[in-house]
Design a protein around this ligand. Structure first.
Ligand code: GLU
Length: 385
């Protein structure tokens, strides 16, 4: 089976890597952009809503400013992004306009998807754009992003946007045409994988850390994006964007890896929790707790063996198996200091230790999402109770 036709998808997020759009010497690749805009026009004419997540601001700004290949200081790459983004947005507006499509620029900062209130706000704006039949053209707001507060790669940003908007498909266009059993540039025996049922630890092990000079991503962040997307019921496709009309190339059956969405996707509020990019802490739990989580129960302090990280009440934390594999995520009901004090304790003992009447759960089931891979992979631990 290869990738299915794009025609059945109603809301499609397309992520475009910098190397596809920008040539270091000649700047913007206009012919390529025109061909992609035509593809977007074809999908839109078929009734699909398309969102574009476009990288290329820093790369384009470098070219315009003549900064060459040298490493940039933070403020230089922020300045390059400022110069590049204005040109990039103009180019998209022209290219899509050439096919009768309106477009609107959205620049996101990490907090716009990670903080619940801002997430709802960003979602409302993007929905309104779609209602007005304008193509949202989205990028990270690199001009103010610093290393502590940035997505850093547009693969995960695109996954966060796709799931926030309930897209049924995320397409990652880059310089690699799909997933291989090993990075093909380093291993001549690497086998192409057309379909991934579920991103398991074995699949993750296939991704090397490699990335091209222009992009920040590499296969690692693409699989991270896949986990976010698939958990929320969004299918993902990785294909090479290097040819002209890369979306229609998928339609023609060119090589691409298709990542199936979870058959039991998380919804609404839980999509936001499941896709959080940087959990503020980690709770390692015992087999009994894993069994309880798998059957839809809350996480009680008694099952928590180890607490790490410096989190506040309400922050997202990852729940790890004794082997260190992430099995769930949730909003924690205690701050890190209290969580350490009550880890392993029975509910009745907690009040004595904390000196106040406490909630019984460390993470309430309503604030908890078991991960897509964790459901299957953790099943063996269910007998532990
Ligand atoms: N936001 C960056 C840019 O537009 C690109 C990040 C990425 O390549 O993933 O330059």
């Amino acid at each position: 089976m290869s990738v299915q036709s794009l025609k059945k998808y109603r809301r499609i997020t397309v992520k475009i890597g910098s190397a596809l759009l920008v040539d270091r010497t000649t700047g913007l690749k206009r012919e390529w952009l025109a061909s992609l805009a035509q593809d977007v026009g074809t999908l839109a004419a078929g009734g699909a809503e398309v969102l574009v997540v476009s990288s290329g601001a820093i790369a384009l700004g470098r070219t315009i400013l003549g900064l060459g290949k040298r490493a940039l200081k933070l403020e230089e790459s922020q300045a390059a992004a400022a110069v590049g983004q204005i040109a990039l947005a103009g180019a998209w507006s022209d290219a899509l306009g050439g096919h009768g499509l309106k477009s609107g620029q959205i620049l996101l900062t990490l907090g716009d998807t990670e903080e619940r209130r801002r997430y709802l706000n960003a979602r409302a704006t993007i929905s309104t754009l779609l209602k007005m039949k304008a193509v949202p053209v989205i990028n990270e707001n690199d001009t103010v992003a610093t290393s502590e507060i940035r997505y850093g790669d547009n693969d995960r940003l695109a996954a966060r946007v796709a799931t926030m908007m309930g897209a049924d498909l995320l397409v990652l266009l880059s310089d690699i045409d799909g997933l291989y059993t090993a990075p093909p540039a380093r291993d001549p025996n690497a086998q192409f994988i057309p379909v991934v049922e579920r991103i398991t630890p074995d699949i993750e092990a296939m991704a090397g850390a490699a990335a091209s000079e222009l992009s920040r991503g590499g296969m690692r962040t693409k699989l991270d994006a896949g986990k976010i997307a698939n958990a929320a019921g969004t299918a993902m496709v990785i294909t090479a964007g290097t040819r002209l009309s890369p979306l229609m190339a998928i339609e023609r059956g060119e090589r691409a890896t298709f990542f199936k969405p979870s058959p039991t996707p998380v919804k609404g509020y839980k999509t936001w929790i499941a896709g959080q990019l940087e959990p503020a802490g980690r709770l390692t739990v015992d087999a009994g707790a894993i069994g309880a989580l798998m059957s839809g129960k809350s996480l009680l302090p008694a099952g928590v063996k180890l607490v790490s990280g410096n989190f506040a009440r309400g922050d997202t934390v990852a729940i790890l198996s004794p082997e260190g594999r992430e099995i769930a995520r949730g909003l924690v009901a205690y701050d890190a200091a209290d969580a350490v004090r009550i880890a392993g304790l029975k509910t009745a003992e907690i009040e004595t230790v904390l000196g106040y009447e406490a909630r019984s759960a460390m993470i309430h089931r309503d604030d908890l999402v078991v991960s897509h891979a964790g459901v299957q992979g953790g099943a063996g631990a269910q007998g532990g109770e």
